[in-house]
Design a protein around this ligand. Structure first.
Ligand code: FAD
Length: 571
């Protein structure tokens, strides 16, 4: 636009004013050059993804020295915890999304958005390769155009995709519940099933088949969808399709011994008995081996016998796997055998400069913790004897804990043995304080700790906290480079400009239908029933009304507060 301003000034000025033109020209080009220099001075931050991690980063970033570009094929943010409620019409899809451009508009830093997907990352030349999400008008191709984007810092927050475990027939015959379109498709399919089953000239068997809803995977998403469906059948179907209501069957197929197995046992037990009461058939220890257009085949644990059952609709919800972009990138940087993109505790991708990864596509590499603690051992072993007493070790643990909060969590955990017990196990029952351990023995003990330290779960809670943490680091990057944090002996290593990422678990919810929710809160506090449902409503309502994500879905927020039901009949 600067260029066209000059052209405009030239065209509108006569010869007698030549001097002015030259002057105007000089001023305009000067200011353009100045603006360019300003922009080029800004560090280019590219954010991949508009989900929980990417948007939390953007929301919390407030340092105007960056030039931020967001690249994502989805031009809106989705409040995923309420996706299951969209499937049966309790919540409207539009209530749980927020356009990215709305979010950007509210930022007072330089942010732009590109509706495209990243198809390749080249950390050597600090470039990403992208493909526009839609074809542009001047090409015949159905695919969008490709282009490159340079970065100084790359934030990878592309999330994950559904994992089918290569089970034959899953793609093509099953529904997934990951995106807003998935929820809408499910909603449409649920209604279509009831319409189809209500047609004349069908046998009872045919109607039963159409109304057999199968959910594969007894995790939170599968369980929540089953609860939503049961509510819909009990409330709306009863009124709208009374002649077929008794033919509905809901089956949950779970490969392990329990549904919701990441929750406290009390919740698992409650959910299983509630489903039994609600006439939801839970098949535990059952693996799906194949799905055809009409039947789902399963094998019970330890048995060779395959059972095939007719179904009307299947929701596949068995966990997540990495996207092709991440798989390729992991191979490229020597992480091909990992489950997710490995980062250190500062969320920096191992082996790449200025590349960060967070959310479902990443995992913090715990192995590194062991190596680092061994390094601390070496430093504490000042006399180079190659041994340390446990007493000395516990003295230096404060430093370790300051750097690695999960060690503290581990040490505090009731479920695992005392850390010092592990360390001294090899030495029998000698007095713990005076036992001397070699570096190798330390390492072995630390490996035990390491193997017991769990990866962070793939949840919005983790992604959101990681995004906020990284934004805070970026906000203070320059200041912290000058004045690194941490104990003096760790400064100057380049690692301790900031404290490592610390996850604060705030608890988890599992809505089970029938206005009942199970809540597991910090401190092993478990609550099940209507009160937890209200706690769940209140928290999500406040999140939805949160201005920082654009005041999304106030209608949903009010719905939640008032506890009213918006059912399919009403929408
Ligand atoms: P996402 O939120 O999935 O965002 C990824 C973004 O990257 C998207 O915008 C996507 O379009 C974009 N993208 C994809 N490919 C590319 C590419 N090649 N280039 C650029 N951009 C790309 N968690 C909880 O804590 N509590 C809950 O109650 C809860 N309920 C859930 C219910 C459902 C139905 C689902 C599916 C998930 C739920 N989760 C919940 C999990 C939570 O949604 C995820 O852990 C969270 O979304 C992860 O955030 P993310 O930013 O890593 O990925």
């Amino acid at each position: 636009s600067g260029g066209s301003l000059i052209a405009y000034a030239e065209a509108n000025t006569n010869n007698s004013n030549r001097g002015h033109v030259a002057h105007a020209d000089a001023i305009t080009s000067n200011s353009i050059a100045h603006a360019d220099a300003n922009t080029s001075k800004k560090k280019k931050v590219v954010v991949l993804g508009t989900g929980w991690a990417g948007m939390s980063f953007l929301k919390n970033l407030n340092n105007s020295t960056y030039d931020v570009k967001v690249v994502s094929p989805r031009n809106f943010f989705v409040f995923t915890p309420l996706l299951p409620s969209v499937t049966c019409g309790k919540v409207e899809a539009r209530s749980i999304v927020e356009p990215i451009r709305n979010i950007i508009r509210k930022k007072n830093i330089n942010v732009s958005y590109c509706e495209a997907e990243c198809i390749k990352i080249d950390p050597a030349s600090k470039k990403i390769y992208c493909r526009a999400a839609r074809a542009t008008l001047n090409t015949n191709s159905k695919q969008g155009e490709e282009f490159e984007v340079d970065y100084d810092y790359l934030i990878i927050a592309v999330g994950a995709q559904v994992n089918t475990f290569n089970t034959p027939g899953v793609e093509g015959n099953c529904h997934f519940l990951k995106e807003i379109e998935d929820a809408q498709k499910i909603r449409k399919n649920v209604i279509e099933s009831f319409e189809k089953a209500s047609l004349p000239n069908l046998s009872e068997e045919e109607r039963k088949k159409i109304l057999h809803f199968v959910v594969v995977g007894g995790g939170p998403t599968g369980v929540e969808f089953s609860g939503e469906l049961r509510d819909f059948v009990n409330e709306d179907v009863l009124k709208l399709y009374p002649t077929v209501q008794h033919l509905v069957k809901i089956t949950v197929i779970e490969a392990t011994d329990h549904i919701l197995n990441m929750f406290d046992k009390r919740i698992t037990k409650f959910a299983e008995s509630k489903f039994l009461r609600d006439d939801i058939d839970v098949k535990l220890g059952s693996m799906v081996t194949k799905i055809t257009e009409n039947e789902i085949s399963t094998k019970a644990k330890g048995s060779d016998k395959t059972t095939s059952t007719p179904y009307g609709m299947v929701l596949w919800s068995t966990g997540i796997g990495q996207r092709p972009l991440i798989k390729d990138f992991m191979k490229q940087i020597g992480q091909g055998n990992r489950r997710a993109l490995a980062t250190d505790e500062w969320l920096r991708v191992e082996g790449c400069d200025n590349v960060y990864a967070l959310g479902d596509c990443a995992t913090i590499n715990q192995r590194k913790v062991v190596e680092d603690i061994a390094e601390i051992f070496k430093r504490a072993d000042k006399d180079n004897s190659g041994t340390l007493t446990v007493k000395k070790f516990t003295d230096i643990m404060d430093d370790v804990i300051a750097r690695y909060p999960q060690v503290k969590l581990y040490m505090k955990s009731k479920r695992v043995r005392n850390f010092v017990d592990i360390l001294t196990e090899a030495k029998g029952n000698a007095a713990k304080e005076t036992i001397e351990l070699s570096i190798e023995e330390f390492k072995t003990a630390l490996s035990v700790v390491d193997s017991k330290m769990k990866n962070l779960p793939a949840t919005a809670q983790v992604a959101n906290q990681q995004g906020a943490y990284l934004a805070k680091c970026f906000n203070r990057m320059e200041e912290c480079e000058k004045n690194p944090e941490g104990p003096p002996r760790f400064r100057g290593t380049g690692r301790h400009r900031f404290h490592p990422f610390r996850y604060r678990h705030l608890g988890q919810f599992a809505p089970l239908g029938g206005e009942k929710t199970a809540a597991q809160l910090p401190g092993d506090w478990v609550s099940i029933g209507h009160s937890s449902q209200w706690l769940w409503y209140s928290i999500y309502a406040s999140k939805l009304a949160d201005k920082s994500i654009g005041g999304v879905g106030l209608d949903t927020a009010f719905y939640l507060w008032e506890g009213r039901q918006w059912n399919l009949s009403q929408s």
